[in-house]
Design a protein around this ligand. Structure first.
Ligand SMILES: Cc1cc2nc3c(=O)[nH]c(=O)nc-3n(C[C@H](O)[C@H](O)[C@H](O)COP(=O)(O)O)c2cc1C
Length: 391
C-alpha cells in the first residue's frame, strides 16, 4: 500500500493542570501538570493525541509524495497502523477511502494551513453560552467588571486633549436617524407573524444578487448590496424560518441569483430545539422569526486566494458587512435584527448538510418583529427604540 501524510497538520504540546491531593499533602501547591501532544488536522476536525513514535513518523512521511509503506521499516508498524486508522496518514487502500476523500477535499479547497486549523478547531458542539455566562458569574456588565476587573479604556487616547483637533458633527439626516435606531434585538414577538412581503424584502436587500457579470460560460460574478473580497460573494444564507406568513416553518437555502427559497430536509428533532442548539441556548435569539446562517463557501474564495494568508479574514469581514446590511434593512422596515458568533457549528453543519472544509458555518443572524416588553437587555441608552416605540 502507498501512503502519504495528510495535507495540513499542526502538533500542539498542550499542558493540562489538574488537582493532585497527594502533592498538596506533601506540602506542594496541589497542582499536577501533564503535557499531551495533540495532532490538529483540519480534515478530521477532532484532536488526536499522539505519542513520541507517532510524532516521529509524522515528521518522516511527506504530505506530497506517495511512498510504499514497506519503505518505512518494521519498527514503525504500530505507529503506522494507528496513524492510518486515525487518518493522520493517508493510505491508498479501500479501507482508507473516507479519510483520503476528506484530505483530498481539504487539498482542493486551498486553505491557508493556519486558517484551516483555526476554523476546524474553534467549532462548537453542544455548547451552552448562557450556562457558561451564569457559571462564570458574567451575566451582567457589572458582574463582568467584578469578575474580570476593569476593561481597557473605551476609546483609545493617543495625543492628550490639548493636541486633539475637534471635528464638526454631521448634520442629522434620515440616514442618521435610521442608524441611531439600529439596536441588537433580543426581544422578538413570537405571536406576530412576519408578512411574506417583508420577509422577501429583507432577503432581497441583503442577500440577493442585484446584477451579474458573466466573464465566460462557467465564470460569473455577482453584484450585491454588501462588498465582498474579490467580488466572489462566497457567503450563502441558510434559513431557519419560524414565524413567517405563507412559509412553512423549517430549513431553507436562499438562492441568491434566483431570489428563491430552496426547502431543505427537516432537522432531526423539533425546529425550536435545533434553533436553540444553533445559537448555543441564547433563547433571546431563538425567538426570532427568521434565523440566517452565514455560511461561506471557502472553496469559492480560495479558488482565487489559494493558500492565501488573508482569505479567511476576508470572508469573516464579509459576513460582518452582510450583518450590518441586515441590521439596517431590518431597522428601516421597523424590524429588529441580531448577529451572534456563539453558535454550535457542528449541529448547524449537520442540519444544513455542510462540512467545515469547503463550506462552513461562521455566524448566525436573524430578524423579526420586536416584542413590546424588554425582557432581555438591549443596548438603547438614548432611548431610540424602546421609549420611542412607547411614545
Ligand atoms: C460579531 C458579533 C457577535 C455577537 N455575538 C453576540 C452574542 O453571542 N450574543 C448576544 O447577545 N449579542 C451578540 N452580539 C451583539 C452585541 O452584543 C451588540 O452588538 C453590542 O452589545 C452592541 O449593541 P448594539 O448592537 O445594540 O449597538 C454580537 C455582535 C457582533 C458584531
Amino acid at each position: 500500500m502507498r501512503i502519504r501524510r495528510c495535507a495540513v497538520l499542526l502538533l500542539e504540546p498542550r499542558e493540562e493542570v489538574g488537582f493532585d491531593l497527594e502533592h498538596l499533602l506533601a506540602g506542594g501547591n496541589g497542582l499536577s501538570r501533564e503535557c499531551r501532544w495533540l495532532a490538529l488536522a483540519p480534515h478530521l476536525g477532532a484532536e488526536i493525541e499522539v505519542d513520541a513514535a507517532e510524532r516521529e513518523l509524522l515528521g518522516a512521511v511527506s504530505p506530497s509524495e506517495w511512498i510504499d509503506a514497506r519503505e518505512l521499516g518494521p519498527d514503525t508498524a504500530t505507529a503506522l497502523k494507528r496513524l492510518l486508522k486515525e487518518g493522520l496518514l493517508i493510505g491508498s487502500g479501500k479501507r482508507h477511502a473516507a479519510h483520503r476523500e476528506r484530505d483530498e477535499r481539504l487539498r482542493t479547497t486551498y486553505w491557508h494551513p493556519l486558517a484551516g486549523v483555526l476554523h476546524a478547531f474553534t467549532r462548537w458542539n453542544g455548547a451552552d453560552a448562557v450556562a457558561n455566562m451564569r457559571d462564570s458569574g458574567t451575566e451582567t456588565a457589572l458582574q463582568m467588571r467584578d469578575v474580570l476587573g476593569a476593561p481597557p479604556v473605551e476609546a483609545a487616547d493617543r495625543s492628550g486633549a490639548a493636541q486633539r483637533l475637534p471635528l464638526p458633527r454631521s448634520v442629522p439626516t434620515a440616514f442618521d436617524e435610521l442608524m441611531a435606531r439600529r439596536t441588537t434585538c433580543r426581544n422578538f414577538d413570537t405571536a406576530r407573524l412576519l408578512p411574506h412581503a417583508l420577509f422577501a424584502q429583507l432577503l432581497d436587500r441583503v442577500f440577493a444578487a442585484k446584477a451579474q457579470v458573466r466573464v465566460s460560460d462557467d465564470t460569473v460574478f455577482l453584484k450585491k448590496t454588501s462588498p465582498s473580497g474579490g467580488g466572489l460573494h462566497p457567503v450563502e444564507a441558510y434559513l431557519a424560518v419560524q414565524h413567517v406568513e405563507g412559509v412553512a416553518p423549517g430549513l431553507y437555502h436562499y438562492h441568491a441569483a434566483e431570489h428563491a427559497l430552496e426547502p431543505m430536509p427537516s432537522p432531526d428533532g423539533p425546529l425550536r430545539e435545533f434553533v436553540m442548539q444553533a445559537v448555543a441556548q441564547q433563547h433571546w435569539f431563538a425567538d426570532a422569526h427568521v434565523l440566517v446562517l452565514l455560511s461561506p463557501r471557502f472553496d469559492r474564495t480560495n479558488w482565487k486566494y489559494r493558500h492565501h494568508a488573508k482569505a479567511y479574514r476576508v470572508v469573516a469581514l464579509e459576513a460582518g458587512h452582510l450583518s450590518q446590511t441586515l441590521y439596517l434593512s431590518a431597522t428601516e422596515a421597523g424590524l429588529g435584527a441580531f448577529i451572534t458568533g456563539a453558535i454550535n457549528e457542528v449541529e448547524v453543519e449537520r442540519a444544513f448538510g455542510l462540512d467545515h472544509i469547503s463550506q462552513g458555518a461562521l455566524a448566525m443572524c436573524g430578524f423579526g418583529w420586536r416584542g413590546e416588553v424588554m425582557e432581555t437587555t438591549e443596548l438603547d441608552p438614548a432611548n431610540e427604540v424602546w421609549i420611542a416605540a412607547d411614545g
